[in-house]
Design a protein around this ligand. Sequence first.
Ligand SMILES: Cc1cc2nc3c(=O)[nH]c(=O)nc-3n(C[C@H](O)[C@H](O)[C@H](O)COP(=O)(O)OP(=O)(O)OC[C@H]3O[C@@H](n4cnc5c(N)ncnc54)[C@H](O)[C@@H]3O)c2cc1C
Ligand SMILES: *[C@@H]1O[C@H](CO)[C@@H](O)[C@H](O)[C@H]1NC(C)=O
Ligand SMILES: *[C@@H]1O[C@H](CO)[C@@H](O)[C@H](O)[C@H]1NC(C)=O
Ligand SMILES: *[C@@H]1O[C@H](CO)[C@@H](O)[C@H](O)[C@H]1NC(C)=O
Ligand SMILES: *[C@@H]1O[C@H](CO)[C@@H](O)[C@H](O)[C@H]1NC(C)=O
Ligand SMILES: *[C@@H]1O[C@H](CO)[C@@H](O)[C@H](O)[C@H]1NC(C)=O
Length: 564
Amino acid sequence: MSPYSSTLLMSFALLGSSAASTISPQAQRVCADIHSAAPSRLAYAPSSSKASLNSPYLAELYTNTTATYWDAANDADVPACAFFPSCSEDVSAAIIALGKEPGVPFALKSGGHNWNRGFSSTDGGVLISFRPNLQSTTLAPDGLTAKIGPGARWVEVMQELDKSNKCAVGGRSGNVGVGGYVVQGGISYLTSQHVGHRLASRIATAGADILGKGFSCDNVVEYELVTANGTIVDVNNHTHPDIFSALCGGGNAFGVVTTYTFQTHDIGDVWGGGRTYGPEQLDKLNAAIAEFISGNQDPSAAIILDYLFVALTQTSQITVSYFYNGPTPRSDVFANFLAIPYLGADGITTQRYPELLDTNVTSAIGLRTSNVINSLPNMPSEKMCLFLDWHWNNASNAPFVSSRQTNGLELFSMALQPIPVALQRASAAQGHSALSLDPDHGDKIWILYGAGWTKTAGDGVLPQQLKALADDALTYQKDTYKGVKPTNYVSGDLSVVPYNPLFMNDAQYTQDVLKSYGPATYDKLWFLHKLLDPGDFFTSRQNGFFFKTPPGGMTMPRHDRRAT
Ligand SMILES: Cc1cc2nc3c(=O)[nH]c(=O)nc-3n(C[C@H](O)[C@H](O)[C@H](O)COP(=O)(O)OP(=O)(O)OC[C@H]3O[C@@H](n4cnc5c(N)ncnc54)[C@H](O)[C@@H]3O)c2cc1C
Ligand SMILES: *[C@@H]1O[C@H](CO)[C@@H](O)[C@H](O)[C@H]1NC(C)=O
Ligand SMILES: *[C@@H]1O[C@H](CO)[C@@H](O)[C@H](O)[C@H]1NC(C)=O
Ligand SMILES: *[C@@H]1O[C@H](CO)[C@@H](O)[C@H](O)[C@H]1NC(C)=O
Ligand SMILES: *[C@@H]1O[C@H](CO)[C@@H](O)[C@H](O)[C@H]1NC(C)=O
Ligand SMILES: *[C@@H]1O[C@H](CO)[C@@H](O)[C@H](O)[C@H]1NC(C)=O
């Protein structure tokens, strides 16, 4: 473990036991500075000596904003003030004010869905919340693009665009925010599908084979970005191709995005929803997903399979979320799945896209959370089934999974996310994502491990135990299936390529996501960051997935801001 992550771990543990919530004079000065520029959009903490300046509306907004996090542990953080910018100039003023006071931390909150403690919350710093003043969706008159504020939730975006039978490539759960989701990549039901207008000419030459939307960020045509010195830049493939690429999967190390311009796509009725299965169907479902990943020929189809252990009832179940971009799927596409008996009501219907995304998953579930991601090869079906059966059996029997008494562990889940070659080809064809996927490396499966608990006692142990479980499975897979080629594999080092990249949206703070993009991309991102942010403003004042080593791979001692 790098010095960075152990420091971070220690400070996480400390924070778990005592939320500091003292407001430093420096933080108070930054808040006052921002307040003077935009008094109607800044709320002081209730404990601040300036709290009497808050209007009742702002006081309520502060309370609502700091209490709606997916990871309930963040709710304990008390920012010195919360700022609700309504334009890029507001954000620029806040960044400049922060720049004048070196010790003051900050956090950016779009949807607040990140499951890492302190990634979009701050204790004693400045919280910049893009809800409610930067959350609009505006379709261009020609219908080809839409401007979307970072604070929007995906269901809101789709509701607006659906009025014109359009959509954007966004989240599978409607309550997730746009801001963090996009700069960290973004997997969508539409990810394997369709084509951007940028690609029209290439498709004419390469054939329909490369039709694809790719990750959410592959579909952004322009970012409005505020950089470390407060400059507002329009970033697109022509003005700043290097920054354009970095913002597609590189995270929050390069600046603050204040507007995303997305290319839009036509959409009509869609087919999909969820079905729940009993644990006795595990083998059949595992076989079905392995075959879907390697064999599905229809990019309109997408699927995600969740194994879930519910501590309250001590039972496990499997949920499959189905999606087809059209009123009914081609009959062969999901045939293996649809033949498997399910429990309870059938959640599948033909509906509008925003209805499908509006799954009643709220913006907060009241649990403390942690997540870890593994990238693994999709192996031929027989091997894959053996491995997945071993994996769920091994994982659901891990001692921490039954720590309801001590840690209040309520949920443990493993989500199997197909990353077929078609998806990788779609992303690669868009040509700029920092994830740097190469379809020649074959089919992958990205497994997202999640834990949700209620007791603070869990904070100090569960994230590490979850990571250890994921590491065990990775080691087991590598040892047991050494040399087994992923399905649809063409080339690449088998000891490296199936296991990378790590998907930032699903990663734990301990994971070295930027490194997983490969040495060439890593070095490019590192130098770009140094150029844009020589004072390490973004990488020392907030949390995120940052550079743990200098270019070339040496370990770099560094201190997390929370420890200083
Ligand atoms: C129920 C649920 C379902 C999910 N489904 C999916 C899915 O289908 N596909 C997928 O890819 N991911 C999914 N995720 C993961 C999700 O994308 C990440 O948690 C993501 O960080 C959430 O974005 P947000 O804006 O809500 O995050 P926030 O918590 O607000 O922010 C997350 C990070 O992004 C940075 N950030 C936020 N706004 C900006 C900005 N304007 N400029 C620069 N940096 C910014 C913050 O600094 C922070 O580090 C899901 C998560 C949950 C809880
Ligand atoms: C705060 O949340 C409550 C409950 O959801 C809502 O009724 C109220 O309008 C919100 N207030 C503000 C200022 O956002
Ligand atoms: C970006 O521009 C370069 C050079 O003009 C071009 O080769 C590339 O395809 C473009 N990428 C995107 C995503 O438009
Ligand atoms: C969501 O909740 C509403 C109101 O409680 C209910 O009518 C609807 O059926 C629910 N939808 C889903 C997908 O569970
Ligand atoms: C899970 O597998 C790992 C690695 O093989 C092993 O060390 C561990 O004991 C297993 N756990 C359970 C509960 O079977
Ligand atoms: C601000 O930073 C940008 C790089 O992001 C640089 O090009 C510009 O010159 C800087 N402006 C000032 C005033 O320092």
